[in-house]
Design a protein around this ligand. Sequence first.
Ligand SMILES: Nc1ncnc2c1ncn2[C@@H]1O[C@H](COP(=O)(O)OP(=O)(O)OP(=O)(O)O)[C@@H](O)[C@H]1O
Ligand SMILES: [Mg+2]
Length: 484
Amino acid sequence: MKKFSLEWMADKEKSTPWCADYLKTLGRQVEGLEDLINNETCIVFFEDQVGVISPVGVISLVEQGNDEFDFVFCYDPEYVASDNPAISVTLPKQNQISRTHNQIHPYFDNLCSEGWLSEAQNKSISQSLHIENVQTRYRILALFSRSNHGAVSLTYAKIDEAIDPLPNHLQRIALQPRSTLTGMWPKGLGVTLRDTIIPSGYFERSEWIIKYPMQTNGYGTLDTDGLQYEYLGNLAMRAYLPHDEFPECRFFKMGIGEELVPVLAIKRFDRLGTEGKRHFEELNQVFGEPESRKYDGAGYEDVAKIVAELVCEDARKRIFQRFTAQLLCGITDSHLKNFGLFHDGDNKFSLTPNYDLNPNYFSGLEGDAEIALQVKGRNLPKINELKLKNLVIVGEQMGLTKVAIYDTIITLRNNGMLLEETLLNDENPLVRGSIKSNYIDHLRKWNSSMISASPANEKYMNSAFLKDSSVLQYISKNSDIERR
Ligand SMILES: Nc1ncnc2c1ncn2[C@@H]1O[C@H](COP(=O)(O)OP(=O)(O)OP(=O)(O)O)[C@@H](O)[C@H]1O
Ligand SMILES: [Mg+2]
């Protein structure tokens, strides 16, 4: 199989003629493909854990007239025969062309940037169309998909299509590495330089996601407040789940143009230093839903079911622990793009670490008090109305045993005892005292209503759990439940 290095990819004198030849050869090799290859075709690449890059196949936009179009995706037969994994649960390796009509295949649709980044990228594309236009999304993907989430990237047949430099310095540095990382928040990529982090350049391997402050977040709150809350959200989640996995997170000032600006850098878990990539899909991709369905493509019970099926039965409990801890931390926006699965080999999957730990309750007025996904077709109460009973019912609907639900609540209750101390001991000077104390007040309130040993909660725990023989047996075996 053809194998390349990143340096070779970046050398356009070598890679551009190779790409043209590749398209011709693959077109002839796969029946029916030649007519589908055109100026809008992209080559799809996969980079493995040691940085070896192989062509996966092609994706192409085929106009059908009357504003109708098809997207076609086809694996390279050599990739199908290789040891590399299928790029998505929804795209098993096969020697057959797959087509979607008037929409990009959901796996690729979810690789497209959103919010601030997609607006900046759209602005920079010559003769850009309206952002919601699906062909515009495809063009953004084609031109900017060099460093997406996971190990897949795209290279456009029209690789040198003009990209206008933007006047805004922040947009320029965010666009430089040509990444279509998703999510609404302004973001770019970074690399480590000695003991600091700087924005990464074109075709440079990135190790960090960098979240920049917003001018305003649309609700009139101050621009860096969201980053301060996200930094605190990371600390709080770690306190609740000390044995779970979290990427390193740094909140510091970075030089942008003439200014020093607070940024939040989050270590990429899909990058192995600067060596290679670790492939993962967001659950929205695993469910085969387009980006627009991240809030309603599935419910939390489906999330639990799919991870139990694809990872292992115990992953169901880990998802419930994360879900509950997130609510206790004011993180209400856990939609289907905020959970991910690593591809560890053919049909082998594991949960990614936690990510997007923004206590977005604080980034809006009433709206962000709502919990992102439904459970069994029903909305959950808003965060300030959530009670222990609601969490227990969700746990049951996620298919957990009584013991697993009981253990989660007691563990979070115990771990929550160190929460305030953790936040108060952190001395990051970029976090304002008023933000920290506001956050601690809310953490106290949510802890008290959802899991604390208050008389009302204890009464409920007694009736829900302490008559159940499996729970009683479990308690007698674990009289001293450790922090986990
Ligand atoms: N540490 C990480 N390592 C690798 N990929 C990550 C990491 N954190 C986030 N991602 C990827 O980047 C995407 C965007 O990140 P994130 O969800 O934090 O952004 P956001 O703008 O806050 O999102 P949202 O719109 O959900 O608020 C995620 O959906 C995920 O695919
Ligand atoms: Mg997100």
